[in-house]
Design a binder for this molecule. Sequence first.
Ligand SMILES: [Zn+2]
Ligand SMILES: [Zn+2]
Length: 132
Amino acid sequence: MDNSDLQDLGLTRQREVVLHVIRESLGHLTANEVFSRAKQLLPSISFATVYNSLRFLKGAGHITEIQFGNGASRFDRLTSRHDHALCIKCGALVDIEMEHPQELVNQAAAYSKFKPESLEFTLRGICPDCAR
Ligand SMILES: [Zn+2]
Ligand SMILES: [Zn+2]
């Protein structure tokens, strides 16, 4: 595995592996999924270590944690603002990177009388795999 871009971060080997797993994944893994992939790279790693590494990496701003409804938290390699599409059949969660129309922000702000800071949306629907 290529960790050249991770080596400068001064992370422990375990944290490096956890970050590598999240950055390699295009999806948004749960802690359990991160654990099973990390174990393939570092068989001695424990779930507690993975869990603590996730906490640390989140606190350090290397990853973000997202949650939908009462499902398990998922970990996201994108730390900048972005939106998601969620498949209601299989739970696939896909990143959407696009600008919001200012008109939408203005309408939401006017309706709530809030001073707007940010807006996120989730597109719920059927993913291409499930639609087949
Ligand atoms: Zn699906
Ligand atoms: Zn995302």
